[in-house]
Design a protein around this ligand. Structure first.
Ligand code: 2AM
Length: 484
């Protein structure tokens, strides 16, 4: 490879290697570098052999190998390594050059880095890249944000390597300023936690309440994948349930029930708290992983508490249909809550997010890809200023249809002592969401009673605050109002 490369990539771990091969297969030349330079040589002699890929052994050599404006993309461990590489790259750049972070960075870091890199006269892109190893190789979902002037320079490369849906629409478009791309990736991961938790609850219900065997469960998920639940995670669940260990037993039965996590679901939950958005399903999914990790405590508790005897005697097929509705209803709520958070974030951080386009970016390539995302795109195409997904006609109709079965599943699960935190929390959210009046009037009275926090009245305009001397002992001084 003699001519200068179209793009440079730092970080030859799983995602980096596969993305480089993907770029090269689409006709782009790539220069690569890795901190441990033996990995560069191994890659060039191995999977990268005979391809339009140039190995380099220093950041300086990498940058010198690039066409201008230079595009240097990092796929390295999130955190300090990203800052360290930015500082190593900058001295070799010229005006207009672009640094890209394709790792799983926290959006607050991306906001800070965009400002920093721009202050040095260069441009910065923080992009979510989803789809794992295979996605990176064959076409990931990509969610770029940062310095907008940089987008036209990387658009062709990004959209060429990304997944395509509906006969060629790329699952990659400009998301917004500074940390917007990584924010959208964070929400994607939160939704992924939710979808996975919903599925695991359905699995436990099938196994413990409906006493289904693994082949039956496999067939059920396979069937579900042909309808409105058609999605990557339902598809792989069907595969996983069919997988047998060498002795013929279901592989899943042998896996320790303690869930790991890398933190992006937790960030989503923290962010929901920060912006005051009821993101209950994703939060329950994160907490469920924490609870699963408390193996020793659960072991002790299981010896202390007797589980209720499971007494389901109804029609199994009918209950399976109810379960499908519960899964679908919970999923509707999860995405509606996720979008609620996106909408608040768009206002808070001035991003002007295009909600329908975001659904399209997730439509293919990534872990949460599903037919369902097409319906979200349609909802925002119909009404770009839709205040909440559940108020769209399609979603309204679907959630109404899901309700009866969803309620029955939660009731049966609770009666039989089967935990369904995401199915029940989403139903509770829905019941709260559709309530004109909640018991927060009593809560406000309590706050006013013990802390003179004041309340507003139903018979007076909003914004007028009142205090009652509930005991006759308090003074008339009121506390300053605090609203999250
Ligand atoms: P390495 O191969 O030299 O470990 C994923 O771990 C990628 O991030 C790898 O390319 C890895 O480089 C890189 N990485 C991890 N920690 C790093 C650090 N502290 N400095 C530079 N690169 C790092």
């Amino acid at each position: 490879m003699n001519k200068l490369a179209d793009i440079g990539l730092i970080g030859l771990a799983v995602m980096g290697e596969n993305l480089v091969l993907n770029m090269e297969s689409k006709g782009f030349s790539v220069a690569v570098y890795n901190r441990s330079t033996d990995k560069v040589d191994k890659f060039i002699q191995g999977r990268g052999a005979g391809k339009n890929i140039k190995g380099t052994h220093s950041v300086k050599e990498l940058v010198a190998a690039l066409e201008k404006p230079r595009k240097v993309m990092m796929l390295v461990k999130a955190g300090d390594p990203v800052d360290s590489f930015i500082d190593q790259i900058i001295p070799h750049l010229e005006k207009g050059d672009i640094i890209i972070d394709g790792g799983n960075s926290n959006f607050t870091d991306t906001i800070r880095r965009t400002e920093y890199v721009e202050s040095k006269g260069f441009q910065f892109i923080g992009t979510g890249v989803s789809g794992g190893e295979i996605g990176a190789l064959r076409g990931p979902s990509m969610m770029p944000g940062g310095s907008k002037e940089a987008w036209p320079h990387v658009k062709e490369i990004f959209q060429s390597v990304s997944a395509k849906v509906d006969g060629g629409v790329p699952c990659c478009d400009w998301v917004g300023a500074d940390g917007a791309g990584h924010y959208v990736k964070m929400i994607h991961n939160g939704i992924e936690y939710g979808d996975m938790q919903i599925i695991t609850e359905a699995y436990q219900f099938m196994k413990d309440v409906l006493k289904m065997d693994y082949d039956e469960m496999h067939e059920t998920f396979k069937k579900w994948n042909t309808g409105e639940l058609d999605s990557y995670l339902i598809e792989i669940t069907a595969d996983i349930l069919a997988y047998k260990d060498e002795d013929g037993a279901p592989m899943v039965e042998k896996i320790l029930d303690t869930a790991g996590q890398k933190g992006t679901g937790k960030w989503t939950g923290i962010e929901a708290m920060h912006l005051g958005v009821p993101l209950t399903l994703i939060a329950e999914s994160v907490f469920s992983r924490f609870l699963s990790a408390q193996l020793d405590l659960r072991d002790q508790a299981s010896q202390v508490f007797q589980a209720p005897e499971i007494t389901f005697e109804g029609d199994k097929e009918e209950m399976l249909e109810n379960l499908k509705m519960a899964v679908y209803g919970a999923k509707l709520i999860s995405y509606a809550q996720g979008y609620n958070l996106l909408m608040e974030a768009s206002k808070e951080y001035n991003w002007d997010l295009k909600y329908g386009d975001i659904a399209l970016m997730w439509r293919g390539g990534c872990i949460i890809r599903s037919a369902f995302l097409g319906d979200i795109k349609k909802a925002f195409d119909k009404n770009p200023s839709l205040p909440h997904l559940l108020l769209d006609d399609f979603f309204k109709e679907k959630v109404q249809k899901a309700q009866p079965g969803w309620r029955k599943v939660c009731a049966v699960a609770v009666t039989n002592g089967i935990p369904v935190p995401s199915l029940s929390a989403s139903l509770a959210y829905f019941d709260g969401f559709r309530s004109k009046r909640l018991p927060a009037n009593l809560l406000q009275a309590q706050r006013d009673y013990f802390g003179a926090h004041t309340y507003e009245r139903t018979d007076r305009p909003r914004g007028e605050f009142f205090h009652t001397n509930w005991t006759g002992e308090g003074a008339d001084t009121v506390s300053t109002a605090y609203n999250s």
